[in-house]
Ligand binder design. Sequence first.
Ligand code: ARG
Ligand code: GLU
Length: 708
Amino acid sequence: MKKLLLFGLLVILSLPVLRADEGMWLPVIISQRIKDMQKNGFRLTAEDVYSVNKACLKDAIVHFGGGCTGELISGDGLLITNHHCGYGQIQSHSSLENDYLTHGFWAMNRGEELPNRGLVVRFLVRMDDVTGAVLKGVTDGMDEKEREQIVRSNQEAVVAKAIEGTHYQARVESLFYGNQYFLFVFEAYTDVRLVGAPPSAIGKFGGDTDNWMWPRHTGDFAIFRVYAGPDNKPAPYDPSNVPFKPKKFFTISLKGVKENDFTMVYGYPGRTQQYVHSEAVRYIQESNPHKIRLRTLRLDIMNAEMAKSPSVRIQYASKNASVANSWKKWQGETKGLIRLQTVEQKRAFEESFTLWAAGKPQYALLVAQLQELYDELEPYANAADYHTEALVCVEIIRAAGALSQLLAREERANSDPERVRTLVSEQLELFFKDYYRPIDQSSFVVLMREYLMNVPSRFQAPFIAGQITKYGFSIEMWAEELFSTSLVTSKERTMESLRSDNFIEVLRRDPALQLYTEYINQYNQVVLPKVTEINNAITLLYRNYMKGQMEFQKNKVFYPDANSTLRVAYGKVKGYKPMDAVYYEPLSTLDGIMEKDNPNIDDYDVPQKLRELFQNRDFGRWAVNGTVPVCFIATNHTSGGNSGSPILNANGELLGLNFDRVWEGTMSDLAFDPVVCRNISVDIRYVLFIIDKFAGAGYLLDEMVFAK
Ligand code: ARG
Ligand code: GLU
């Protein structure tokens, strides 16, 4: 009896119910959540959030560069996103003479704004549930191959119809592992110019020390402007283009927030996995430490060289930030998963699910089948991790890969050698701009050693073993030979050889290309097909497992995993308790910046001008209680990709920009814990203070609209 009771209790405890604040909702069906949002303080309607008939909040939001979110803040195309989202652009305009990363950049008129090749912002025109159209002709017991074909051709038809006669782009995305399909139609603008960015000592204040952490004091913003052709439609960069007139831009609230205020984040979260099997979570938890170690090795090398040379620091700033970002997140994620006991919770859930599923043929075996597939996947997944985190992180191996792909493509197209010459030279030009051989050569040595020690020999490329033997088991000697002879390590050698008639031959024989080819052939034959095959089988099972979870937990409201589609998250401003005896308040201020100030620590070296503004209490109209608000945290469920997303108040006015999550909550891509999961935003008043008082670019405020 006791046992039964205990078991019953366990079942109840282990059912993951949707907790307040958890969820990333599709705007088009926000009507299903609007009552709850309003109960929590929201004062607008579902139509205000998303509509195809009238201008609404969604029309002010863009998918920025594919990986971030941005939003319009003026009728003249002014756009704001995070500093770390515009980092690549800011860096690309930087040199030792004009070091915008260090000193910031401010266009003092529209003529000074800087164009950015390759940058695209996409406005969502509409989204529609197209499940019916995509699954048309699909029947229950149908063979999977056949099903896939029907689904694919239906999707193509839906997309073709959606963009017919327009300049739009469209995609169909599967939600809930193929249980639903939605169409997304976009309008893409490519003339997007850099208007302003604070120095990194503001935009990246706290650097990787504070990254993924609260309390935070980062002015993580950068300003761009979207340009259009004379008809307001997308047009490639042209000096004569005009500022884009958006259907909607955000009104800015200067009132700020206090604890328990309603907030909502509207943006493009990238990827979450809330409904996966316990084994998937266990794998992430246990493989993170390996990936972290590989990145520590690279970071140590990079950091040492960057400290020695200002030009190397500029060259590697962006690479370093992106390596360090996941490196730190994974540490928090693993800790969080262990603390939350997500694996154990999922196992308990799987037990009760399996009990329920007994006698239901489509569900009964799912948990066990997934377990088997994950067991089979593990060694391959591990080798795949060493692929992405070790050898292809060597820059010349990656560059050699890009080159061989280019050569192969142009050969297939029977291209004229002159064209190939130009393409190769452009590609390498870009590569060499930010290449520093000593970092890469040292990385090669440590990463190759890790590869040899940790990847089972049946997965390793025999060519590599051959090289190791050839160089008397010294990776250093091999590296020295490889790096001093390959063209890809030297701009001079490359440009020289590009002048010869048989340059394609010469490139093909290059030792870096040879190594890449031998390595990748082995990987593509022995590891990749298995990873793909097993993952496909897993994804297939998830279609039913997802459906089963929805039937099993009839009263739970499910939200689809993030997949880089536009979502609404809502929650409240709230502090939290990170550990025993400590409570974190939800708002940070300029005082905190000055508390951290330390000229001897790079991450905390406050710009002199900001020090002076603080000392003189020269805050202008931005003073609040004798200081300036800087950042705040709230319970919105966000993920990577939500960077730059508008965080809005109950009236849909802009309070700030989302840019991070707190350390204790970084496992929320897999398991959301309302007790500690918080998103971090920069307060728009700090942004305006910096633009106005620090940068002297207050003219930009004239085109913004402030709530009364
Ligand atoms: N953690 C934030 C995000 O995931 C900010 C990253 C950029 N900052 C940095 N110090 N690397 O994108
Ligand atoms: N900084 C992240 C990004 O670039 C957002 C933070 C998160 O992952 O929540 O999207």
